[in-house]
Design a protein around this ligand. Structure first.
Ligand code: AMP
Length: 419
C-alpha cells in the first residue's frame, strides 16, 4: 500500500520562494529592532482556551489534541497560532525589558476544511510587541508590514482594512447596543448561525458569509461609533499617524477578527489575487492577554501573523520579477570507467572541502547517457575522468553552457574552477 499525505497538509519540493521570503522577512524585522524566538509546537490546551476564547472557531472545533500523561488523561495540543505562546514565553522567562519585540515562524495546526489557501498544517510568520501601550506603536507596526509587502516583496495588489474595537468597557457597552439591534425587527431575517453567535459571541456575526445577513449588518451599529473619549482620541491618533507615514488603509467597521483577545486596533492585509481566502496577514492589539495568562501586571501589546502559504501564492504570481538567488554552479564528476570511481570520490571530496558544489555520477552506462544525465541535473561543469586522464594526472573540464572543453592538471582543478 502506498501512503498519502494527511488531509490538509502539503509537501514542499521547491523551497526557493519560501527561503526567499523568510530571508527577506527576517532582515526586515531586524531593521525594526525585532529579535527571533522559537517556541514549542506543543503547548498546554488551556493556554489557547484562555486566550482565544471557548467560542472561537479554533477552540470550539479546530484544535489538534494529543492525549498525554501516564494514563493518557491529560491533553496537550499542537499550537494553532503564535501569539499566546509568545506571551507565555514572555511571562515564563520573566522578561523585564519592554517593549519585547520578537518574531517567530513555523507550522501551526487547525482542523479546518481544507481548500486553496486553507490547510490543517500551515505556516505563519508572526511578530509581537509585548509591553507597549502607545498607539503610535500600532502605526509603526502597520507601516512595518506595509513596507515589507510593498517595498521589499514588491506587492502592489493589496489592501489594508482597519478597525478599532475600543477597550473592555467600550465592548461591554457596545455588546448591549448590538444585541438590541440584532433582536429588533430590522434584524429578523439573520441566519440561524448568527442567532447562535448573537447569544454566545456577538461580534462574530459580522464574519457571516450570508448575503442576507451582510445586507442587514450594513445598518448595524458599529463599535467605532461607540468608543469612550480616550479610545476615540486613540482611534483618531492612529488614523492621523498612518496618514503621516503614508499608509493607505480602509476603515472596515465590520472587521472584528475571530479571537477574544483583541482590543482597540485590528487590521487585515488582503489581496484580490488570492480568491476566497484573500487575507494573507492579520493582527491587532491585545492589551489584556498577558494578565489573562497569569502575568502580574497588564502588558499592552500588538501583534500580527502572516500566512506564509498565501504569501507564497502571491510570490509565485510574480516570481519572474523577484531577485531570487541563483543556485550555485554544480560541478559534476563523471568517472568514465569503474577504475576511475575512487579517484572521482577523492576529487568530489576535495571540491566539497573547498566550498564548491559537487556531485558524482556513479551509475552511468555509457558516456552519452551520462552526459544526458548531466544536462538533466543542470550541471554547469562536467569533470570527466577516463583512463587517459588517470594516467596523465589531468581532468577534462567541460563547460556545459559553451560546450568548451579543457584539460586541467588534477592538482590545479580547484583553483581553475574557482576562477
Ligand atoms: P489568524 O491567526 O487566524 O489571524 O491568521 C493569520 C493569517 O494566517 C491569515 O490571514 C492567513 O493568511 C493565515 N491562515 C490562517 N489560517 C490558515 C489556514 N488554515 N491555512 C493557511 N493559512 C491560514
Amino acid at each position: 500500500m502506498a501512503f498519502t499525505r494527511i488531509k490538509g497538509t502539503q509537501d514542499f519540493l521547491d523551497l526557493s520562494l519560501y527561503n526567499f521570503f523568510i530571508k527577506k522577512a527576517k532582515d526586515h524585522m531586524r531593521l525594526y529592532h525585532f529579535s527571533e524566538i522559537a517556541t514549542p509546537l506543543i503547548e498546554p490546551v488551556e493556554l489557547f482556551q484562555r486566550s482565544l476564547g471557548e467560542q472561537s472557531d479554533i477552540i470550539s472545533k479546530e484544535m489538534f489534541l494529543i492525549a498525554s500523561g501516564e494514563n493518557k488523561e491529560e491533553h496537550i495540543c499542537l499550537r494553532p497560532e503564535g501569539t499566546a505562546p509568545a506571551v507565555r514565553a514572555f511571562i515564563e522567562n520573566n522578561i523585564q525589558q519592554t517593549p519585547w519585540k520578537v518574531f517567530l515562524y513555523g507550522p501551526m495546526f487547525r482542523y479546518e476544511r481544507p481548500q486553496k489557501g486553507r490547510y490543517r498544517q500551515f505556516q505563519q510568520f508572526s511578530m509581537e510587541v509585548i509591553g507597549s501601550a502607545a498607539i503610535a506603536q500600532d502605526a509603526q507596526f502597520i507601516k512595518m508590514l506595509e513596507r515589507l509587502f510593498h517595498e521589499t516583496l514588491h506587492f502592489n495588489n493589496f489592501t489594508i482594512d482597519l478597525n478599532f474595537l475600543g477597550c473592555l468597557d467600550d465592548r461591554i457597552v457596545y455588546r448591549d447596543v448590538l444585541y438590541q439591534f440584532l433582536t429588533s425587527p430590522k434584524a429578523a431575517d439573520i441566519c440561524e448561525t448568527c442567532k447562535v453567535r448573537r447569544e454566545k459571541n456577538i461580534m462574530r456575526v459580522f464574519d457571516c458569509k450570508s448575503p442576507v445577513c451582510q445586507e442587514i449588518y450594513k445598518n448595524a451599529p458599529y463599535i467605532a461609533d461607540h468608543l469612550c473619549s480616550d479610545c476615540a482620541s486613540e482611534w483618531q491618533e492612529l488614523q492621523d499617524e498612518l496618514d503621516l507615514l503614508s499608509v493607505s488603509f480602509s476603515y472596515r467597521p465590520s472587521l472584528v477578527r475571530g479571537l477574544d483577545y483583541y482590543s482597540k486596533t485590528v487590521f487585515e492585509f488582503s489581496s484580490g489575487l488570492l480568491g476566497a481566502q484573500n487575507a494573507f496577514c492579520g493582527g491587532g492589539r491585545y492589551d489584556m492577554l498577558a494578565k489573562e495568562l497569569g502575568a502580574k501586571e497588564d502588558q499592552p501589546s500588538i501583534g500580527a501573523a502572516i500566512g506564509i502559504e498565501r504569501l507564497l501564492l502571491l510570490l509565485e504570481i510574480m516570481k519572474d520579477h523577484l531577485p531570487i538567488e541563483q543556485e550555485p554552479a554544480l560541478h559534476l564528476i563523471i568517472p568514465l570507467g569503474a577504475e576511475q570511481k575512487k579517484l572521482g570520490l577523492l576529487l568530489a571530496d576535495e571540491l566539497q572541502a573547498q566550498g564548491l558544489v559537487a556531485d558524482i555520477l556513479l551509475e552511468g552506462a555509457s558516456v552519452k547517457s551520462m552526459m544526458r544525465e548531466a544536462n538533466k541535473m543542470g550541471a554547469a561543469y562536467c569533470l570527466l575522468l577516463g583512463e587517459d586522464e588517470q594516467k596523465t594526472g589531468t581532468i577534462t573540464v567541460k563547460n556545459m553552457v559553451t560546450g568548451a572543453q579543457e584539460s586541467v592538471a588534477q592538482i590545479d582543478v580547484v583553483s581553475y574552477l574557482k576562477k
